[in-house]
Design a protein around this ligand. Structure first.
Ligand code: SAM
Length: 217
């Protein structure tokens, strides 16, 4: 018996459907993944509220709507290889694992990476591969990817991610200033890049080679 089934159903209706998320597969995945298992201790009662919540090490579990819109922009059909940069709590990773064939996820902070791996394996996800390190360089050994999702704010799109994107694939990444960014969708078609800007957002800074040089590590 899942005590959070009803709050999760309300979250999908009032935060996602009401704001224009229409991809039925995304809505179903978000109606299934138990967000209350990803928040820091003491926050599970707020797990289905309309906000980012603390995870460990001063990082955040992304707001449900942000997870939904980023995932919808990837337009996954079910058999894709997806790279995620910034595992964090693993909440977004779980949503991707529901919707893609294989998910490759990279987290910079070793403790967060270990915690997310334990949590996601405990929930029974068998299609996720984990790496600890600088995801701004991507994971070239497993490329190309049909979808690449970055869940930290970047000054610009890291070139290695563009190189590792498959023809017909999509990158979704928050780019802009340290304190505020805009979601950018980049599609690769016929070797050309098509850029589309979406909503404004605020993410923790991307670290590593193509992140913010002065960001706290
Ligand atoms: N989507 C995640 C969730 O719902 O829990 C939230 C991710 S949090 C906003 C961003 C994460 O990106 C943090 O855990 C941070 O440590 C990680 N991060 C920042 N720079 C990174 C990098 N270069 N490589 C991998 N992870 C990075």
């Amino acid at each position: 018996m899942d005590d959070f089934l009803e709050p999760r159903r309300r979250m999908v209706e009032s935060q996602l459907v009401a704001r224009g998320i229409t991809d039925e597969r995304v809505l179903a995945a978000m109606g299934k993944v138990p967000r209350h298992r990803f928040t820091a201790p003491g926050y599970s009662d707020m797990a289905y509220s309309d906000m980012a919540l603390p995870s460990s090490e001063e990082q955040t579990v992304s707001q449900p709507y942000m997870v939904a819109i980023m995932t919808e922009l990837l337009a996954l059909k079910g058999d894709e290889r997806v790279l995620e940069v910034g595992t964090g709590s693993g909440y977004q990773t779980a949503v991707l694992a529901e919707l893609a064939g294989e998910v490759y996820t990279i987290e910079y902070r070793p403790n967060l990476a270990a915690e997310a791996k334990r949590r996601l394996e405990g929930l029974g996800y068998g299609n996720i591969r984990f790496m600890t390190g600088d995801g701004s360089r991507g994971w070239p050994e497993q490329a190309p990817y049909h979808g690449i999702l970055v869940t930290a704010g970047a000054p610009d799109v890291p070139p290695p991610l563009v190189e590792q994107l498959d023809e017909g694939g999509v990158i979704v990444i928050p780019v802009g200033q340290r304190q505020s960014q805009r979601l950018l969708k980049i599609g690769k078609r016929g070797g050309r890049l098509i850029r589309e800007y979406h909503i404004f957002c605020v993410f923790v800074p991307l670290l590593g080679d193509y992140g913010w040089p002065d960001a706290q590590k």
